[in-house]
Design a protein around this ligand. Sequence first.
Ligand SMILES: Cc1cc2nc3c(=O)[nH]c(=O)nc-3n(C[C@H](O)[C@H](O)[C@H](O)COP(=O)(O)O)c2cc1C
Length: 312
Amino acid sequence: MAAAPQDNADLRVSFAGLELKNPIIAASGTFAYGIEFEDVVALSKLGGFVVKGLSKEPMTGNPPPRLFETPAGMLNAIGLQNIGAKAFLEEKLPRLRELKNTLVIANVFGYTREDYERTIHILNEGDGIAAYELNVSCPNTAHGGIVFGTAPLMLEDVVLTAKRAAARPLIVKLSPNVTSVAQMAQVAEGAGADAISLVNTFLAMAIDVETRKPRIANLTAGLSGPAIRPIAVRMVYEAAQAVRIPVIGMGGISTASDVIEFMLAGATAVQVGTASYWDPCATEKIVDELDPWCVQHRVRRIRDLTGAMLSD
Ligand SMILES: Cc1cc2nc3c(=O)[nH]c(=O)nc-3n(C[C@H](O)[C@H](O)[C@H](O)COP(=O)(O)O)c2cc1C
């Protein structure tokens, strides 16, 4: 007897004790505080979203120009502009709490270990945050400006501190600007991370040859979008091979098949960033594509695809 045609796929995934209705999470810095996207995206359809990076005090960010489009990508040096953790709790979180089945993840950054600790302590006071995502791609001003996530001992120290402070699961978002992302993934796991996410943007630069001026006022900027996807897939694969904790993959995702590619490389869930700049509805559209993709490919449970790449 022929197998019955498959009606729907089971799109649920879970990591760090959190249940998501599907693996699609909007990435930090590309989805504001979520509610700003309410008119164009049905937030309740997303597995979750990560809000803009939050610091202990509000920040105005870098001077313009801060964005520049490149072939299949984008440079940004926004400078982590945000309203600060306290204002987030007061002005944004009450609305976000109304979303019952979509995870709200708070992205946290700082320039010293104490900054991270203080911001997490403030956020611990708010109800409705599912987890913290630690952005470790910031310079440590107490240690000569070395980026936290590029030096194993500094990464270990900030993750240990954040884990002690955090009243919620801790996702550590790794920098791709390292020689061995597998080593950094292991350091984060050893220091208590409940999951890791990667990649953040790649350090990059562009110059206008007519004016001979940098395209971005900050000189250097972060490259994101489809241009980085194959490098991100490679790094997600290497990280997933190196640790036992779940891996959340991102970098240039704009279609359901991009999502599947990251899952085959070892990701449990994914984040969608720059795609929302080109099409504000991108996250919801990708969610809509997932079920047909799975049905067509006879995948009953999307979570079975995690790490299911065939080597030959
Ligand atoms: C404009 C912009 C702002 C970003 N801001 C943050 C941020 O505040 N914190 C963070 O951890 N990552 C931030 N990122 C990085 C993204 O979350 C993501 O890791 C990266 O862009 C790669 O994914 P993508 O190619 O899908 O955009 C930002 C990216 C962009 C393009």
